[in-house]
Design a protein around this ligand. Structure first.
Ligand SMILES: Cc1cc2nc3c(=O)[nH]c(=O)nc-3n(C[C@H](O)[C@H](O)[C@H](O)COP(=O)(O)OP(=O)(O)OC[C@H]3O[C@@H](n4cnc5c(N)ncnc54)[C@H](O)[C@@H]3O)c2cc1C
Length: 419
């Protein structure tokens, strides 16, 4: 008979790794399937970016116990790491430890999940059936394995929002995708050649866009012919640029001052209330037809960077009976807590297995993906989700229902909550 895992965890990001540590310490045999070739593959793509919370807010307690057993050289908990430091000083040592390494498979991309022998509409004996996980390896060969429970911690990094304000790609966006980057390209180092001396349209006003914006402005210092258009979907420029010298948050003060000086010297053009209507290739440039501040015009650029957030990919879950809110695409039990229309980052109450439950028992979405389209996820919340879910899986209802998340002071982080 084929082996049946206690729990399969999808994704070896910080939340997936925390899930494997909690599962192990509760006597379960976990298997983590990670599509990348190493731990934290999504974070690796934004390794050059500094987080907005300090070390003490990004470390899971069970993972810390494992690291301590193996003589971990603790970082200074009050410092704020970059994504790269989070990998090198936390996730890589944890994932390569004797305790966890045997439970992680890399180059294993989950493509579908179902109930054994039961498609979505089949109800008879459904709760008794194990889950089947279909995943493909580096050679694109598909494998199937069975498990009693699933924690989907696959994040949202691979499904960025498109350019359209209506949530859809604008005409020409897909056709010209070679010149369009999503997320946070490393414009100062790895991707420098693509941006220096070029004209770039950056779209977005959250933490990710601010990072790219600051870096593009810095790039202009050594390469003055680098031009930047910065398109904001909102009208409130103060929100992005802060109060310049008066802004209490250092990163925003820095951005505000740098942006103002770039605007004054004509190297940066802000496009408030931006709507992109069409993108077309004209010779070696992109012609971008826009409305900004209610006026129609067009600009020519070499590259477009889209930093307008992410959404969950639920395609691989199409055979699972979910309980997702139709607006936020988060589990219904937390949707109203995380809905960006109604709350600020840091104000999400602790929550666990009960709030994250779906119609199919023993299936959970945790981590960044559990917040659906809401941009405000914090690792601390993910670790508490995992503690509660694993307690529920081992039948410890009391621990599953307890809330152990202690709220740090997020006063400064609130400003950076929109990715
Ligand atoms: C720039 C940036 C800065 C951030 N700063 C902070 C911060 O300061 N503090 C904070 O608390 N949070 C921060 N966050 C938010 C969040 O905590 C992080 O995104 C965190 O990495 C989320 O962890 P995760 O494990 O849920 O997802 P991820 O880190 O995205 O990990 C998901 C993993 O799943 C893998 N995967 C995806 N699909 C599949 C599949 N089909 N099969 C197998 N594997 C798959 C991916 O390769 C990836 O390794 C930040 C996010 C960004 C983007």
């Amino acid at each position: 008979m084929n082996k049946v895992f206690d729990v399969v965890i999808i994704g070896a990001g910080p939340v997936g790794i925390a899930a494997s540590a909690h599962a192990k310490s509760n006597g379960l045999t976990p298997l983590v399937l990670e599509k990348g070739s190493s731990v934290g593959s999504a974070i690796n793509e934004w390794g050059h970016v500094r987080l907005f919370t300090k070390w003490s807010y990004v470390i899971d307690k069970e993972v810390e116990k494992i690291l301590n057993k193996h003589g971990w050289e603790k970082p200074c908990f009050d410092a704020i790491p970059t994504g790269r430091e989070l990998l090198d000083q936390y996730l890589i040592p944890a994932a390569s430890s004797k305790d966890l390494s045997q439970h992680i498979s890399y180059n294993a991309e989950v493509i579908a999940i179902a109930k054994e022998g039961h498609s979505k509409h089949t109800t008879h004996d459904r709760d008794k059936m194990n889950f089947v996980i279909h995943y493909k390896d580096a050679e694109q060969d598909v494998h199937i394995l069975s498990t009693k429970a699933v924690i989907d911690a696959s994040g949202t990094w691979s499904s960025p929002n498109p350019i359209g304000r209506d949530g859809l790609p604008v005409p020409g966006e897909i056709k010209n995708s070679d010149s369009i980057e999503y997320g946070i390209p490393d414009v100062l180092k790895k991707d420098r050649e693509l941006y220096q001396g070029k004209t770039t349209l950056l779209i977005g006003g959250g933490h990710s866009a601010m990072n790219v914006g600051l870096n593009l402005i810095e790039l202009q210092d050594s390469s003055p012919d680098t031009k930047v258009y910065w398109g904001l979907r909102g009208e409130n420029l103060d929100k992005l640029l802060g109060g310049g010298l008066n802004d209490k948050v250092p990163a925003r003060r820095k951005l505000g001052l740098a942006a103002q000086s770039a605007i004054d010297s004509g190297k940066l053009t802000l496009l408030p209330e931006l709507t992109v209507k069409r993108i077309s290739a004209v010779e070696k440039s992109l012609k971008v037809e826009i409305t900004s501040n209610g006026c129609n015009s067009h600009i020519y650029v070499d590259k477009v960077i889209v930093a307008t957030g992410f959404r969950p990919n639920t395609q691989m879950l199409s055979e699972i009976r979910l309980n997702l809110d139709e607006v936020v695409e988060a589990p219904r039990g937390i949707a109203s807590m995380v809905d960006p229309n109604a709350h600020q980052c840091g104000s999400v109450p602790g929550h666990g297995a009960k709030e994250l439950a779906h119609v199919d028992n023993n299936f959970y979405i945790a981590g960044m993906k559990s917040y659906g389209r809401a941009p405000s996820f914090l690792m601390l919340h993910g670790y508490e989700q995992i503690r509660s879910i694993v307690a529920k899986l081992v039948g410890d209802e009391k621990a599953a229902n307890e809330m152990r998340l202690t709220f740090p002071d997020f006063a400064n982080e609130k400003q950076h909550c929109s990715l």
